[in-house]
Design a protein around this ligand. Structure first.
Ligand code: 5GP
Ligand code: SF4
Ligand code: MG
Length: 459
Protein backbone atom coordinates (compact mmCIF):
# COMPACT_ATOMS: atom_id res chain seq x y z
CA UNK A 1 0.00 0.00 0.00
CA UNK A 2 0.89 3.65 -0.24
CA UNK A 3 0.33 6.26 2.47
CA UNK A 4 0.57 10.02 2.28
CA UNK A 5 -0.15 12.88 4.65
CA UNK A 6 0.17 16.65 4.74
CA UNK A 7 -0.15 19.38 7.36
CA UNK A 8 -0.01 23.07 6.56
CA UNK A 9 0.87 25.48 9.35
CA UNK A 10 -0.43 28.54 7.56
CA UNK A 11 -3.86 27.07 7.02
CA UNK A 12 -3.58 26.41 3.29
CA UNK A 13 -5.60 23.50 2.02
CA UNK A 14 -3.55 20.37 1.43
CA UNK A 15 -6.31 18.23 -0.10
CA UNK A 16 -5.02 18.62 -3.65
CA UNK A 17 -1.49 17.76 -2.53
CA UNK A 18 -2.67 14.56 -0.90
CA UNK A 19 -4.58 13.63 -4.04
CA UNK A 20 -1.44 14.19 -6.13
CA UNK A 21 0.73 12.32 -3.63
CA UNK A 22 -1.57 9.32 -3.90
CA UNK A 23 -1.29 9.51 -7.66
CA UNK A 24 2.48 9.11 -7.34
CA UNK A 25 1.94 6.13 -5.02
CA UNK A 26 -0.53 4.38 -7.29
CA UNK A 27 1.99 1.62 -8.01
CA UNK A 28 1.82 0.58 -4.34
CA UNK A 29 -1.87 -0.30 -4.53
CA UNK A 30 -4.65 -0.27 -7.06
CA UNK A 31 -7.55 -1.94 -5.33
CA UNK A 32 -8.93 1.04 -3.47
CA UNK A 33 -8.01 4.61 -2.60
CA UNK A 34 -9.14 6.97 0.10
CA UNK A 35 -8.56 10.22 1.93
CA UNK A 36 -9.44 11.59 5.36
CA UNK A 37 -9.14 15.16 6.56
CA UNK A 38 -10.08 17.60 9.25
CA UNK A 39 -12.73 20.08 8.13
CA UNK A 40 -13.14 23.19 10.21
CA UNK A 41 -16.55 24.85 10.35
CA UNK A 42 -18.53 27.04 12.70
CA UNK A 43 -19.34 24.01 14.82
CA UNK A 44 -15.65 23.14 15.24
CA UNK A 45 -13.52 20.40 13.71
CA UNK A 46 -14.98 17.45 11.91
CA UNK A 47 -13.31 14.37 10.46
CA UNK A 48 -14.28 13.69 6.85
CA UNK A 49 -13.50 10.67 4.77
CA UNK A 50 -13.97 9.59 1.19
CA UNK A 51 -12.98 6.27 -0.32
CA UNK A 52 -13.75 4.08 -3.25
CA UNK A 53 -12.65 1.01 -5.13
CA UNK A 54 -9.98 1.17 -7.80
CA UNK A 55 -7.47 3.76 -8.95
CA UNK A 56 -7.09 7.15 -7.33
CA UNK A 57 -8.78 9.09 -10.12
CA UNK A 58 -11.73 6.71 -10.18
CA UNK A 59 -12.12 6.22 -6.44
CA UNK A 60 -11.83 9.80 -5.27
CA UNK A 61 -14.16 12.63 -6.13
CA UNK A 62 -11.99 15.49 -7.29
CA UNK A 63 -14.94 17.90 -7.20
CA UNK A 64 -15.63 17.18 -3.57
CA UNK A 65 -11.95 17.64 -2.77
CA UNK A 66 -11.52 20.90 -4.62
CA UNK A 67 -14.60 22.38 -2.98
CA UNK A 68 -13.39 21.38 0.49
CA UNK A 69 -10.68 22.89 2.62
CA UNK A 70 -8.37 21.31 5.13
CA UNK A 71 -4.86 21.90 6.41
CA UNK A 72 -4.51 18.37 7.77
CA UNK A 73 -5.16 15.33 5.59
CA UNK A 74 -4.00 11.78 4.87
CA UNK A 75 -4.57 9.29 2.08
CA UNK A 76 -4.07 5.67 1.13
CA UNK A 77 -3.76 3.44 -1.93
CA UNK A 78 -4.49 -0.15 -1.08
CA UNK A 79 -3.54 -3.58 -2.25
CA UNK A 80 -4.72 -6.33 0.00
CA UNK A 81 -2.38 -8.44 2.06
CA UNK A 82 -4.61 -8.92 5.11
CA UNK A 83 -8.38 -8.77 4.59
CA UNK A 84 -10.20 -9.07 1.26
CA UNK A 85 -10.60 -6.58 -1.55
CA UNK A 86 -13.79 -4.85 -0.36
CA UNK A 87 -14.81 -1.26 0.18
CA UNK A 88 -15.23 -2.05 3.89
CA UNK A 89 -11.49 -2.69 4.01
CA UNK A 90 -10.58 0.50 2.12
CA UNK A 91 -8.54 3.04 4.07
CA UNK A 92 -8.11 5.44 5.81
CA UNK A 93 -10.16 3.87 8.56
CA UNK A 94 -11.74 6.38 10.87
CA UNK A 95 -13.35 6.54 14.29
CA UNK A 96 -14.72 9.07 16.70
CA UNK A 97 -14.21 7.91 20.26
CA UNK A 98 -14.33 9.47 23.70
CA UNK A 99 -11.00 11.23 23.13
CA UNK A 100 -11.71 12.62 19.69
CA UNK A 101 -11.29 11.74 16.03
CA UNK A 102 -8.77 9.33 14.60
CA UNK A 103 -7.99 8.34 10.99
CA UNK A 104 -5.36 5.78 10.05
CA UNK A 105 -3.74 4.87 6.74
CA UNK A 106 -1.51 1.80 7.00
CA UNK A 107 1.11 0.17 4.81
CA UNK A 108 2.31 -3.19 6.04
CA UNK A 109 0.92 -6.21 7.78
CA UNK A 110 0.49 -6.69 11.50
CA UNK A 111 1.54 -10.25 12.24
CA UNK A 112 -0.15 -10.58 15.64
CA UNK A 113 -3.42 -8.89 14.56
CA UNK A 114 -5.46 -12.11 14.85
CA UNK A 115 -4.44 -12.62 18.45
CA UNK A 116 -5.09 -9.00 19.36
CA UNK A 117 -8.47 -9.12 17.69
CA UNK A 118 -9.49 -12.25 19.60
CA UNK A 119 -8.38 -10.62 22.84
CA UNK A 120 -10.38 -7.44 22.14
CA UNK A 121 -13.47 -9.26 20.86
CA UNK A 122 -13.55 -11.30 24.05
CA UNK A 123 -13.76 -7.97 25.85
CA UNK A 124 -16.64 -6.68 23.78
CA UNK A 125 -15.03 -4.96 20.79
CA UNK A 126 -17.02 -5.07 17.54
CA UNK A 127 -14.85 -4.89 14.44
CA UNK A 128 -16.17 -3.24 11.28
CA UNK A 129 -13.74 -4.76 8.81
CA UNK A 130 -11.45 -7.73 8.37
CA UNK A 131 -8.38 -5.52 8.03
CA UNK A 132 -5.53 -5.82 10.52
CA UNK A 133 -5.33 -2.01 10.74
CA UNK A 134 -8.56 -1.77 12.71
CA UNK A 135 -6.85 -3.40 15.70
CA UNK A 136 -4.90 -0.17 16.20
CA UNK A 137 -8.09 1.87 16.64
CA UNK A 138 -9.52 -0.64 19.11
CA UNK A 139 -6.30 -0.79 21.11
CA UNK A 140 -6.44 3.01 21.34
CA UNK A 141 -10.07 3.06 22.42
CA UNK A 142 -9.20 0.47 25.05
CA UNK A 143 -6.84 2.98 26.64
CA UNK A 144 -9.21 5.92 26.70
CA UNK A 145 -7.87 6.97 30.10
CA UNK A 146 -4.75 8.14 28.25
CA UNK A 147 -4.42 11.14 25.91
CA UNK A 148 -4.89 9.83 22.36
CA UNK A 149 -1.26 10.22 21.33
CA UNK A 150 -0.10 8.18 24.34
CA UNK A 151 -2.81 5.64 23.58
CA UNK A 152 -1.54 5.35 20.01
CA UNK A 153 2.04 4.81 21.13
CA UNK A 154 1.09 2.17 23.65
CA UNK A 155 -1.09 0.48 20.99
CA UNK A 156 1.90 0.42 18.63
CA UNK A 157 4.03 -1.13 21.36
CA UNK A 158 1.68 -4.12 21.30
CA UNK A 159 2.01 -4.72 17.58
CA UNK A 160 4.35 -7.03 15.75
CA UNK A 161 5.12 -6.97 12.07
CA UNK A 162 5.11 -4.14 9.60
CA UNK A 163 3.42 -0.77 9.78
CA UNK A 164 4.19 2.56 8.23
CA UNK A 165 1.33 4.81 9.24
CA UNK A 166 -0.13 8.18 8.37
CA UNK A 167 -2.51 9.13 11.17
CA UNK A 168 -4.77 12.05 12.02
CA UNK A 169 -5.47 12.49 15.71
CA UNK A 170 -7.81 15.42 16.24
CA UNK A 171 -6.00 18.25 14.46
CA UNK A 172 -2.56 16.67 14.29
CA UNK A 173 -0.77 14.68 11.66
CA UNK A 174 1.21 11.71 12.96
CA UNK A 175 3.69 9.49 11.13
CA UNK A 176 4.79 6.18 12.64
CA UNK A 177 7.14 3.46 11.45
CA UNK A 178 7.45 0.06 13.11
CA UNK A 179 10.62 -0.61 15.13
CA UNK A 180 11.97 -2.95 12.46
CA UNK A 181 11.47 -0.47 9.62
CA UNK A 182 10.04 -2.98 7.18
CA UNK A 183 8.19 -0.55 4.95
CA UNK A 184 9.53 2.85 3.94
CA UNK A 185 8.26 6.20 5.21
CA UNK A 186 9.74 9.63 4.56
CA UNK A 187 9.31 13.18 5.76
CA UNK A 188 9.21 16.13 3.36
CA UNK A 189 8.67 19.86 3.38
CA UNK A 190 7.58 22.70 1.14
CA UNK A 191 7.38 26.09 2.82
CA UNK A 192 5.04 25.84 5.77
CA UNK A 193 3.69 22.44 4.78
CA UNK A 194 5.08 19.16 6.14
CA UNK A 195 4.50 15.89 4.31
CA UNK A 196 4.79 12.22 5.09
CA UNK A 197 4.91 9.67 2.28
CA UNK A 198 5.64 6.03 1.63
CA UNK A 199 8.19 7.03 -0.98
CA UNK A 200 10.08 10.16 -1.88
CA UNK A 201 8.67 10.15 -5.44
CA UNK A 202 5.40 11.37 -3.90
CA UNK A 203 7.20 14.41 -2.47
CA UNK A 204 8.55 15.33 -5.89
CA UNK A 205 5.05 15.58 -7.34
CA UNK A 206 3.99 18.24 -4.81
CA UNK A 207 7.28 20.14 -5.10
CA UNK A 208 8.42 19.20 -1.60
CA UNK A 209 11.97 18.30 -0.64
CA UNK A 210 12.91 15.11 1.12
CA UNK A 211 13.90 16.01 4.68
CA UNK A 212 14.72 12.49 5.90
CA UNK A 213 13.44 8.97 6.42
CA UNK A 214 11.26 8.40 9.47
CA UNK A 215 13.41 6.15 11.65
CA UNK A 216 12.36 2.63 12.58
CA UNK A 217 10.41 2.90 15.83
CA UNK A 218 9.88 6.64 15.44
CA UNK A 219 6.64 8.56 15.81
CA UNK A 220 6.62 12.09 14.37
CA UNK A 221 3.86 14.43 15.51
CA UNK A 222 3.18 17.42 13.28
CA UNK A 223 0.94 20.26 14.37
CA UNK A 224 0.69 24.05 14.64
CA UNK A 225 3.72 24.09 16.98
CA UNK A 226 5.97 22.23 14.56
CA UNK A 227 7.33 18.69 14.71
CA UNK A 228 8.04 16.44 17.63
CA UNK A 229 9.86 13.13 17.41
CA UNK A 230 8.90 10.36 19.84
CA UNK A 231 9.93 6.72 20.17
CA UNK A 232 7.87 3.55 20.39
CA UNK A 233 9.25 2.01 23.59
CA UNK A 234 10.04 -1.41 22.20
CA UNK A 235 13.37 -3.18 22.12
CA UNK A 236 14.18 -4.86 18.84
CA UNK A 237 17.18 -6.99 18.20
CA UNK A 238 17.50 -5.93 14.58
CA UNK A 239 16.22 -3.57 11.92
CA UNK A 240 14.54 -5.24 8.99
CA UNK A 241 14.14 -3.04 5.90
CA UNK A 242 12.38 -4.91 3.07
CA UNK A 243 14.78 -5.92 0.29
CA UNK A 244 11.89 -6.39 -2.11
CA UNK A 245 11.10 -2.67 -2.06
CA UNK A 246 14.42 -2.12 -3.85
CA UNK A 247 14.06 -5.13 -6.12
CA UNK A 248 10.54 -4.49 -7.32
CA UNK A 249 7.99 -2.67 -5.26
CA UNK A 250 9.16 0.93 -4.97
CA UNK A 251 9.43 3.35 -7.84
CA UNK A 252 12.95 3.78 -9.24
CA UNK A 253 12.82 7.54 -8.73
CA UNK A 254 12.48 7.06 -4.96
CA UNK A 255 15.15 7.14 -2.27
CA UNK A 256 14.49 4.68 0.56
CA UNK A 257 16.55 4.71 3.75
CA UNK A 258 19.02 6.91 1.96
CA UNK A 259 19.50 4.58 -1.01
CA UNK A 260 18.43 5.32 -4.56
CA UNK A 261 16.17 2.57 -5.86
CA UNK A 262 17.42 3.24 -9.38
CA UNK A 263 21.05 2.79 -8.29
CA UNK A 264 20.28 -0.45 -6.49
CA UNK A 265 18.52 -1.91 -9.53
CA UNK A 266 21.40 -0.93 -11.79
CA UNK A 267 23.86 -2.58 -9.42
CA UNK A 268 21.71 -5.72 -9.23
CA UNK A 269 22.02 -5.99 -13.00
CA UNK A 270 25.76 -5.41 -12.92
CA UNK A 271 26.27 -8.11 -10.31
CA UNK A 272 24.12 -10.46 -12.33
CA UNK A 273 26.35 -9.87 -15.36
CA UNK A 274 29.41 -10.70 -13.26
CA UNK A 275 28.10 -13.89 -11.69
CA UNK A 276 25.94 -15.12 -14.59
CA UNK A 277 27.44 -13.83 -17.84
CA UNK A 278 26.17 -14.85 -21.24
CA UNK A 279 29.00 -14.02 -23.65
CA UNK A 280 27.43 -15.81 -26.61
CA UNK A 281 24.36 -13.55 -26.59
CA UNK A 282 23.65 -10.91 -29.26
CA UNK A 283 21.73 -8.53 -27.02
CA UNK A 284 20.16 -7.84 -23.63
CA UNK A 285 16.62 -6.71 -23.06
CA UNK A 286 14.60 -6.03 -19.93
CA UNK A 287 11.18 -7.27 -18.98
CA UNK A 288 9.32 -3.96 -18.85
CA UNK A 289 9.06 -2.08 -16.65
CA UNK A 290 10.34 -3.90 -13.59
CA UNK A 291 13.40 -5.49 -15.26
CA UNK A 292 14.50 -2.56 -17.41
CA UNK A 293 16.98 -0.85 -15.12
CA UNK A 294 18.71 -4.07 -14.09
CA UNK A 295 18.88 -5.05 -17.77
CA UNK A 296 20.69 -1.78 -18.47
CA UNK A 297 23.13 -2.58 -15.67
CA UNK A 298 23.63 -6.05 -17.12
CA UNK A 299 24.30 -4.67 -20.60
CA UNK A 300 26.67 -2.02 -19.31
CA UNK A 301 28.69 -4.50 -17.28
CA UNK A 302 28.81 -7.22 -19.94
CA UNK A 303 29.37 -4.96 -22.92
CA UNK A 304 26.40 -6.53 -24.69
CA UNK A 305 24.06 -4.37 -26.75
CA UNK A 306 20.88 -3.22 -24.99
CA UNK A 307 17.65 -3.26 -26.98
CA UNK A 308 14.19 -2.30 -25.86
CA UNK A 309 12.84 -5.41 -27.52
CA UNK A 310 9.74 -6.00 -25.42
CA UNK A 311 7.09 -3.31 -25.36
CA UNK A 312 4.67 -2.81 -22.58
CA UNK A 313 1.14 -1.52 -22.91
CA UNK A 314 1.33 1.23 -20.36
CA UNK A 315 -2.38 1.25 -19.72
CA UNK A 316 -2.33 -2.19 -18.12
CA UNK A 317 -1.59 -2.19 -14.40
CA UNK A 318 0.82 -4.31 -12.46
CA UNK A 319 -0.27 -7.85 -13.25
CA UNK A 320 0.38 -9.32 -9.83
CA UNK A 321 -2.02 -6.92 -8.18
CA UNK A 322 -4.95 -8.51 -10.01
CA UNK A 323 -6.36 -11.00 -7.53
CA UNK A 324 -7.19 -14.06 -9.68
CA UNK A 325 -4.97 -16.38 -11.69
CA UNK A 326 -7.18 -16.10 -14.80
CA UNK A 327 -6.94 -12.31 -14.91
CA UNK A 328 -3.23 -12.55 -14.21
CA UNK A 329 -2.68 -14.91 -17.14
CA UNK A 330 -4.67 -12.77 -19.54
CA UNK A 331 -2.83 -9.80 -18.10
CA UNK A 332 0.58 -10.93 -19.35
CA UNK A 333 -0.72 -11.34 -22.87
CA UNK A 334 -2.27 -7.91 -23.11
CA UNK A 335 0.55 -6.26 -21.25
CA UNK A 336 3.77 -7.33 -22.98
CA UNK A 337 4.59 -7.68 -26.65
CA UNK A 338 8.01 -8.48 -28.14
CA UNK A 339 9.22 -6.70 -31.28
CA UNK A 340 9.75 -9.73 -33.51
CA UNK A 341 12.02 -8.04 -36.00
CA UNK A 342 14.70 -7.23 -33.43
CA UNK A 343 14.66 -10.76 -32.06
CA UNK A 344 14.64 -12.87 -35.20
CA UNK A 345 17.56 -15.33 -35.32
CA UNK A 346 19.14 -13.70 -32.27
CA UNK A 347 20.41 -15.06 -28.97
CA UNK A 348 18.75 -12.96 -26.33
CA UNK A 349 19.27 -12.31 -22.64
CA UNK A 350 16.08 -11.21 -20.89
CA UNK A 351 16.49 -9.66 -17.45
CA UNK A 352 13.58 -9.50 -15.01
CA UNK A 353 13.46 -8.40 -11.41
CA UNK A 354 11.90 -11.58 -10.02
CA UNK A 355 10.01 -14.76 -10.77
CA UNK A 356 7.01 -15.28 -8.55
CA UNK A 357 4.56 -17.78 -10.02
CA UNK A 358 6.50 -17.97 -13.26
CA UNK A 359 3.57 -16.85 -15.38
CA UNK A 360 5.19 -13.73 -16.85
CA UNK A 361 8.48 -15.24 -17.86
CA UNK A 362 6.95 -18.41 -19.31
CA UNK A 363 4.53 -16.47 -21.52
CA UNK A 364 7.14 -14.01 -22.67
CA UNK A 365 9.59 -16.76 -23.60
CA UNK A 366 6.89 -18.41 -25.72
CA UNK A 367 6.15 -15.11 -27.48
CA UNK A 368 9.84 -14.39 -28.04
CA UNK A 369 10.36 -17.84 -29.55
CA UNK A 370 7.38 -17.31 -31.83
CA UNK A 371 9.15 -14.16 -33.02
CA UNK A 372 12.01 -16.34 -34.24
CA UNK A 373 14.60 -15.85 -31.46
CA UNK A 374 17.32 -18.51 -31.58
CA UNK A 375 18.08 -18.68 -27.85
CA UNK A 376 16.46 -17.15 -24.78
CA UNK A 377 18.53 -16.78 -21.59
CA UNK A 378 16.76 -15.59 -18.48
CA UNK A 379 18.62 -13.59 -15.81
CA UNK A 380 16.83 -12.64 -12.61
CA UNK A 381 18.00 -9.62 -10.61
CA UNK A 382 17.01 -11.11 -7.23
CA UNK A 383 17.41 -14.50 -5.54
CA UNK A 384 14.70 -17.17 -6.02
CA UNK A 385 11.49 -16.21 -4.18
CA UNK A 386 10.76 -19.32 -2.14
CA UNK A 387 8.85 -18.17 0.93
CA UNK A 388 5.74 -16.08 1.54
CA UNK A 389 5.97 -12.57 2.96
CA UNK A 390 4.09 -11.81 6.18
CA UNK A 391 5.13 -8.19 6.28
CA UNK A 392 3.01 -6.45 3.69
CA UNK A 393 3.96 -7.75 0.23
CA UNK A 394 1.46 -10.13 -1.27
CA UNK A 395 3.74 -13.03 -2.21
CA UNK A 396 1.66 -16.16 -2.62
CA UNK A 397 1.91 -19.36 -0.58
CA UNK A 398 4.89 -21.66 -1.13
CA UNK A 399 2.81 -24.04 -3.27
CA UNK A 400 2.29 -21.26 -5.83
CA UNK A 401 5.85 -19.97 -5.82
CA UNK A 402 7.69 -21.37 -8.83
CA UNK A 403 11.10 -21.45 -7.14
CA UNK A 404 9.67 -23.22 -4.09
CA UNK A 405 8.14 -25.98 -6.19
CA UNK A 406 11.23 -26.83 -8.23
CA UNK A 407 14.96 -26.29 -8.43
CA UNK A 408 16.51 -23.89 -10.91
CA UNK A 409 17.17 -26.56 -13.50
CA UNK A 410 13.57 -27.79 -13.40
CA UNK A 411 12.25 -24.25 -13.48
CA UNK A 412 14.43 -23.42 -16.48
CA UNK A 413 12.85 -26.36 -18.31
CA UNK A 414 9.33 -25.50 -17.16
CA UNK A 415 9.49 -21.93 -18.45
CA UNK A 416 11.20 -23.02 -21.68
CA UNK A 417 14.44 -21.04 -21.33
CA UNK A 418 17.86 -22.04 -22.69
CA UNK A 419 19.40 -20.98 -19.40
CA UNK A 420 18.23 -19.45 -16.14
CA UNK A 421 20.31 -17.73 -13.44
CA UNK A 422 19.62 -15.67 -10.34
CA UNK A 423 21.80 -13.53 -8.11
CA UNK A 424 22.54 -14.68 -4.58
CA UNK A 425 21.20 -13.18 -1.35
CA UNK A 426 24.59 -11.72 -0.47
CA UNK A 427 25.00 -10.16 -3.93
CA UNK A 428 21.58 -8.58 -3.51
CA UNK A 429 22.51 -7.24 -0.08
CA UNK A 430 25.75 -5.80 -1.47
CA UNK A 431 23.78 -4.01 -4.19
CA UNK A 432 21.36 -2.54 -1.64
CA UNK A 433 24.32 -1.29 0.36
CA UNK A 434 22.69 -1.19 3.83
CA UNK A 435 24.27 -3.26 6.63
CA UNK A 436 23.30 -6.84 5.75
CA UNK A 437 21.93 -7.54 9.21
CA UNK A 438 19.45 -4.69 8.81
CA UNK A 439 17.68 -5.95 5.70
CA UNK A 440 14.80 -8.42 5.52
CA UNK A 441 15.37 -11.19 2.98
CA UNK A 442 12.79 -13.63 4.39
CA UNK A 443 10.97 -14.34 1.11
CA UNK A 444 14.32 -15.34 -0.42
CA UNK A 445 16.13 -16.90 2.52
CA UNK A 446 13.39 -18.01 4.92
CA UNK A 447 15.09 -15.95 7.63
CA UNK A 448 11.97 -14.53 9.30
CA UNK A 449 11.93 -12.16 12.18
CA UNK A 450 10.74 -13.94 15.38
CA UNK A 451 9.90 -17.03 13.35
CA UNK A 452 7.26 -15.41 11.12
CA UNK A 453 3.54 -15.52 10.78
CA UNK A 454 1.53 -16.21 13.90
CA UNK A 455 3.50 -14.37 16.48
CA UNK A 456 2.00 -15.15 19.82
CA UNK A 457 0.32 -12.36 21.68
CA UNK A 458 2.12 -10.80 24.59
CA UNK A 459 -0.01 -7.93 25.79
P1 5GP B 1 5.06 -14.05 -12.07
O1 5GP B 1 4.51 -13.84 -13.41
O2 5GP B 1 6.33 -14.87 -12.04
O3 5GP B 1 4.04 -14.53 -11.10
O4 5GP B 1 5.44 -12.63 -11.50
C1 5GP B 1 6.66 -12.09 -11.81
C2 5GP B 1 6.46 -10.72 -12.31
O5 5GP B 1 5.60 -10.02 -11.42
C3 5GP B 1 7.77 -10.03 -12.36
O6 5GP B 1 7.89 -9.40 -13.61
C4 5GP B 1 7.69 -9.03 -11.26
O7 5GP B 1 7.98 -7.75 -11.74
C5 5GP B 1 6.27 -9.02 -10.77
N1 5GP B 1 6.23 -9.19 -9.28
C6 5GP B 1 7.10 -8.65 -8.48
N2 5GP B 1 6.77 -8.83 -7.23
C7 5GP B 1 5.74 -9.54 -7.14
C8 5GP B 1 5.01 -10.06 -6.03
O8 5GP B 1 5.26 -9.82 -4.86
N3 5GP B 1 4.04 -10.83 -6.30
C9 5GP B 1 3.76 -11.13 -7.55
N4 5GP B 1 2.80 -12.00 -7.73
N5 5GP B 1 4.37 -10.60 -8.63
C10 5GP B 1 5.39 -9.81 -8.45
FE1 SF4 C 1 10.22 -7.73 1.89
FE2 SF4 C 1 10.45 -10.32 1.34
FE3 SF4 C 1 10.89 -9.42 3.80
FE4 SF4 C 1 8.43 -9.41 2.80
S1 SF4 C 1 9.67 -11.21 3.26
S2 SF4 C 1 9.41 -7.77 3.96
S3 SF4 C 1 8.81 -8.95 0.64
S4 SF4 C 1 12.08 -8.96 1.94
MG1 MG D 1 7.55 -7.29 -13.94
Amino acid sequence: CGVFGAFSKNGQSVLEDVYLGLYALQHRGQESSGMAWIAKNSAGCELRVTKGMGLVHLALDQKELSSSHSNCAIGHTRYSTAGGSFLSNAQPITANYSRGSVAIAHNGNITNATGIRRYLENRGAIFQSTSDTETILHLMAHQSHKPPLDALISALKTLKGAYSLAVIINNRLVAARDPWGFRPLVLGRRGETTYIASESCALDIVGATLVRDIKPGEVVVIDEDGEKSLLIPKETERKFTCAFEYVYFARPDSFLDGKSVYDVRKKLGQKLAQSAPCPEADMVTGMPDSGTISAMGYAEESGLRYEKAIVRNRYVGRTFIEPTQRVRELGVRIKLNPIGEIMKDKKIVIVDDSIVRGTTVQRVIAMVRESGAKEVHIRIASPPVKFPCYYGIDTPTSEELAAARMNIEELCKEIGADSLSYISVSEMLDAIGLPHHNVCTACFSGDYLNGGKDDELDL
